[in-house]
Design a protein around this ligand. Structure first.
Ligand code: NAD
Length: 488
């Protein structure tokens, strides 16, 4: 069988580009080859930015809001029509169970276009009737205009979901985009090009270039002077590198970055619901969720009971064929990422952790023995300055530690440079409210996890991000506000 090629999508057409370089995309379940991916050089990025600019100034800008939003509804419908294709592509790239991707990743990919089409149809500008000394008055109002050509740089953990979370509002606001998907997960962004064409998105509005970060497509894109603003989801350290590039030309950034999210569990919680929620927060998507939990603080009276139940939960997870409905845990994204996760597993034992469960590589039968599988893992007994407790691991693992007072729990939760998300588990609403106000994060869940109306603001505090996306909040980044004063 001939090897598939994953190409760039520039100006409405697939192209192998000009660099002559390719890289391999492999299935994390068994390390087999999916495709050779074309790597963009500077000239390819230049072509994509040029196409985006031409579309922005041309056909895209001539559509009415109603026409633009109809096209976005057609994109959403197009994803749904090709649901199985998107599902297969996402599952091949990530190894995540079909059960998960079919309930979260692909439906959200479609929803992200619908919701932002709805949002932009329903926002209005501000206007003020102004008195003037001559008595005739003035009308002072604001106009929202597209920001321009937006660079969209994406991670691999929720490829379609997180990419469309940015492309949806960018297009709804009338911008054009150049997307740089993660080198680990190039397939669904590429497939979306076909949907864009079928939905009638003018050529050049949506472009995709493939490659890596430094000295490759990612860096070429964010350094390109034709890019007006950069939206990025990924590691904090990458955000720092991109921000330096954004400084050239004083371009705006929207960053969704890393986390080391705490959960705080009080003794009066509904333990069964808490275990269910924390089990998902720690292990869903094999722990590769920015909002996932890697630090669990439990009030001492229920510590032993909680730990035993979480251990049982971890040990009940089923690894294997992503298409098997019984499978609840996929592999990590790559063997390279597994190396990183395993280095923390080793660090934990070097730092004297008590291993509650897991800690290594599971014994996988053929054909999965070559895949990037890792055991779900729980530790206790580490000091708070261990790298395992301080650094984002992005694997199916957590450290569980007891606490004795509300003040101590808040102090421990806040003892991190990150500030993305937290969850608080208690039946005492007043306490939940009080603690939520004290933990410095962008999103707090009380007695739940990963539940959110897409119209609400999403983003991180401290080193977990810059800006808020979601609902009308996305307009702050994807549009420019202009002030017009009309003397009457
Ligand atoms: P990453 O930072 O390694 O890579 C993300 C993207 O940036 C990739 O497309 C990569 O090629 C590109 N890139 C890397 N260096 C670059 C550079 N110098 N210039 C331009 N582009 C560059 O992140 P990842 O490993 O793909 O994803 C995991 C990380 O993403 C975790 O830290 C996770 O917490 C974070 N994340 C955050 C959120 C959030 O909403 N806050 C959501 C998902 C993932």
């Amino acid at each position: 069988m001939s090897t598939q090629t994953t190409r760039h999508f520039i100006n409405g057409a697939y192209t192998e580009g000009t660099s002559g370089r390719t890289f391999e995309n492999r299935r994390p379940i068994d390390n087999t080859l999916i495709s050779q991916v074309c790597e963009a050089g500077r000239a390819d990025v230049e072509a994509a930015v040029h196409a985006a600019r031409a579309a922005l100034n041309g056909p895209w800008s001539r559509l009415t809001l109603a026409e633009r939003t109809e096209i976005l509804y057609a994109v959403a419908a197009g994803i749904e029509q090709r649901f199985e294709q998107f599902l297969e592509a996402e599952v091949a790239d990530t190894g995540k169970p079909v059960n998960l991707a079919s309930h979260i990743d692909i439906p959200r990919g479609a929803a992200n276009f619908r919701i932002f089409a709805d949002v932009v149809k329903n926002v209005s500008g501000e206007h003020f009737d102004m008195p003037t000394p001559d008595g005739s008055g003035a009308l002072n109002y604001s106009l929202r205009v597209p920001k321009g050509v937006i660079a969209v740089v994406c991670p691999w953990n929720l490829p379609l979901l997180l990419m469309t979370w940015k492309v949806g509002p960018a297009l709804a606001c009338g911008n054009s985009v150049v997307v740089k998907p993660s080198e680990e997960t190039p397939s669904t962004a590429t497939l979306l090009g076909e949907v864009m064409n079928e939905a009638g998105v003018p050529h050049g509005v949506y472009n995709v270039v493939h490659g890596f970060g430094p000295d490759s497509a990612g860096e070429f894109l964010v350094s390109h002077p034709g890019v007006d603003a950069i939206t990025f989801t990924g590691e904090t350290v990458t955000g720092e590198a991109i921000m330096q590039r954004a400084a050239l030309g004083v371009r705006d950034v929207s960053f969704e970055l890393g986390g080391k999210n705490p959960a705080v569990i009080f003794a009066d919680c509904d333990l069964e619901a808490t275990i269910e929620g924390i089990g998902r927060a720690c292990f869903a998507n094999t722990g590769q969720v920015c909002l996932g939990t890697e630090r669990v603080y439990v009030e001492r009276p229920v510590f032993d009971e909680f730990l035993a139940a979480l251990k049982a939960k971890a040990e009940s997870l089923t690894l294997g064929d992503p298409h098997d409905t019984a499978t609840t845990l996929g592999p990590l994204i790559s063997l390279e990422h597994r190396q990183k996760v395993l280095s923390y597993y080793e660090q934990a034992s070097a730092d004297g952790a008590t291993l509650i469960t897991g800690g290594g590589i599971p014994d996988m039968a053929s054909p999965y023995a070559q895949g990037a599988w890792v055991e779900p893992t729980i530790w206790t007994g580490l000091s708070e300055d261990s790298p395992v407790v301080r650094e984002e691991i992005f694997g199916p693992c957590c450290h569980v530690r007891p606490f004795d007072s509300e003040e101590e729990a808040v102090r421990l939760a806040n003892d991190t440079p990150y500030g993305l998300a937290t969850s608080i588990w208690t039946q005492n609403a007043a306490r939940a409210h009080r603690v939520a106000a004290q933990i410095t994060v962008g999103i707090t869940w009380i007695n739940c996890w990963f539940l959110r109306d897409l119209r609400t603001p999403f983003g991180g505090a401290k080193q977990s991000g810059i800006g808020r996306e979601g609902g009308v909040h996305s307009l702050e980044f994807y549009t420019e506000l202009r002030n017009v004063c009309l003397k009457l």
